[in-house]
Design a protein around this ligand. Sequence first.
Ligand code: GLC
Length: 469
Amino acid sequence: MMRRRDFVRASAQAALLSLAAQRLGATPHAGLAGAPGMMLHEADRMQWWREARFGMFVHFGMYAMLAGEWNGRTDYGEWIRNNAKIPLEQYDTLLDRFNPEAFDADRLAALAAAAGMKYLVITTKHHDGFGLWPSKAGRFHVAHTPYGKDIMRAVADACRRHGVVPCWYHSIMDWHHPDYLPRREWELAARPVGDASMDRYVRYLEAQVEELLTTYGDIGVMWFDGEWESTWNFERGQALAAHVHQCSARTLINSRVASQPANGLEATLSRPGLGDFGTPEQKIPDRGLAGVDWESCITMNDNWGFNRADHNWKSLPKLVGMLTETASKGGNLLLNVGPRGDGSLPPESVERLEGLARWMTVHGEAIHGTQASPFDGLPFRVTRAARRLNCFLPEWPAQRELLLPGLHTTPTRARMLGASPRERLGARLVDNGVVVTLAERPSDATCSVLTLEFASEPSVTVGEAGSAR
Ligand code: GLC
């Protein structure tokens, strides 16, 4: 049996998703300030995010000063206080030393923009509870360090200067606030539960979220994390999501605002008011995630927070491969950088961002604003736009004849991105698809991109014999 899967299916899905956005309380708006060219469609607050496809994740906090080392062990990251069991008073002494003078929000945003990352999600507070902005709601934050400056202000402003949408990561779990429960087992004696109250903690959490959403202009995403402990439940997540929408109706929320119901991510995202997109971590789902928006967050080495001993950096071709894979499966990629304790970026991260920038400058149009591949099981990745198909070729096919099985529309033009505008490759309709005759050499050393243009939306059949499946 042949299964016809043309672009109509995708349009139907888009209509459903847009309905879902309306359900989540979309308000009419013109666009996110500071994101030129990324206007929000009236009916769809997800639009800019879906078109973005690529964002930067930034994990920064006091833990970066420890660079992953404690008592001879060198494999810690942003979890260091918990994993190395550092007593609170000892961890708090970092406050007197936190002075990341080399933190350069403008450079960060410029690097993100150049790499084609349309939004930037930075940790406002990680699980250790330390805030990077001068919060009125508490005292454990940057204002009480030698640095003293408001990092959220610097990041939000820099992002807008560079046309990147500023977004906040914020941890629900908090190992510092006296009211947060449960306590870590290992510090129960030093930090007895006493009259700690999770309800009071939630009021603190809400006050901080409100500051973050009402002080720095429009914030694209509130990216929650640390929702899995026993004291957090679906109802608390629902109330927090409602609070976010009250502060800023257009801000998107990730699925981690609530602990996942037993039947998983799709169920979370289909419950009103809860989560606009799923967040697979350190992986790209095998076949994307059917019917929901999603974003894979992935590190450049093995750690989110800075770790001096972690040299396991992914290569540029690997990173480009991950970006093309997420885009071809209809998702976003949120790629992490972890600044060092002094705020500077590890040179390995900069090198990779610059490599991505070189590749994206030429090939970004095959990523931004595209949707999942209409093919299934091809040996290369594909994205589609209304009248275009983009094929990503990290390996150059030896036989130079590239078959797109199941494609029934002859392209009006076939060319390699970055090649001379006059270049036209031969493309012909055959029994089981379209064959494109490629040039002798790849057009890009990392990943060449073949673009096929069509007079109208191309039709693709995905089935058994002769096709990709
Ligand atoms: C996890 C970790 C955290 C990291 C995050 C990124 O939940 O606890 O350290 O910030 O994932 O997705």
